[in-house]
Design a binder for this molecule. Sequence first.
Ligand code: TXA
Ligand code: MG
Length: 348
Amino acid sequence: MPARSQALHPVPSRPLRARTYAGTARNLATLARVLRSGGLVAAPTETVYGLAANALDAAACEKIFLAKARPQTDPLIVHIEAIADLAKLAVVNPAALVLAQKFWPGPLTLVLPKTDLVPAIVSAGLPSVAVRMPAHPLFRRLLRLAGVPLAAPSANPFGYVSPTTARHVRDGLGDKIGHILDGGACSVGLESTIVDLRHPQRPRLLRPGAITRAQLTQALGVPVLTAPRRRTPATAVAQIAPGLLTRHYSPRTPVQLHRRLTARAVSSGDPREAWVFIAQPPTLPRSRVKNAFCLDPHGDLTHVAHRLFSLLRELDQAGFTRLHLELAPGRAGLADAINDRLRRAAAI
Ligand code: TXA
Ligand code: MG
């Protein structure tokens, strides 16, 4: 066959078929070897599953962007095994140490000036780096065995809902990556809180999460303000204020938010649409019961956070024409993080 026609009809590269691994000692050793030799491994953290690569290996990190179809302007979070590793990657200040000692290992990411050890691709060319020490035992063992910090964004195609089970990872990236470590469902279920500590006197909350603004403010002794959210296209955002993408974590089904959902809204609504209540929904006519869902019978926000992304994914695949989502009551604590994700899911 002439070369020209080959160019016109390129043979697609064979899709990878991800293998799922249980967290046995042997499997962890195998996966650590994959990471050390520049490969990708999806692995559970207590927040969401991450797609990990050796953070000190630029070529390995580039594969993360390719697998996720993530713009290289959106920087990665680097995961470390111990607080002592922070100073290798970031210029540490006392405020950062206060938060690290209080909340690590756990769902908190610190943004600090970076050191030269961090490749430019990890920080999207920014002079800062986002670092966190995760609490999940399997991720921690992987970090220890790999012996390198691991860059890991959420293990989903860019812009889609973050994965909280190995199955979610396989659904989104199963033909893009080779290895998924299965650690069951993530306990928190929402991505980490991100706080910008480049100016420790003026800490900024870049993304709310399970570690709340009140907890941060109390630990630091200065108010933690929210960075202004900008409606900026994904490709331009990193250079201005990464982590603040408006549309993110979005199902494909159109989403409509409600401060308060009522039985009437469901009863009189379109039967092809779904209604998601934070707590036990009111009594509904039989014909509408299959359209109504609740995140936790008692409205316990820890459970709501744990279940949110799973339910959004299920409903996204169920063929509804619209998802009506009720916001969590209040503004403080987990409600802030849950409503942030709901608003991003609904943003156009
Ligand atoms: O819980 C989590 O944080 C999970 C798990 C896997 O650790 N990771 C995660 O990563 O959510 P990702 O990439 O989906 O979200 C990381 C966010 C991005 O929005 C990115 O823009 C922001 O962190 N980020 C990374 N480096 C930054 C930096 N230097 N300055 C500001 N934001 C940064
Ligand atoms: Mg993500």
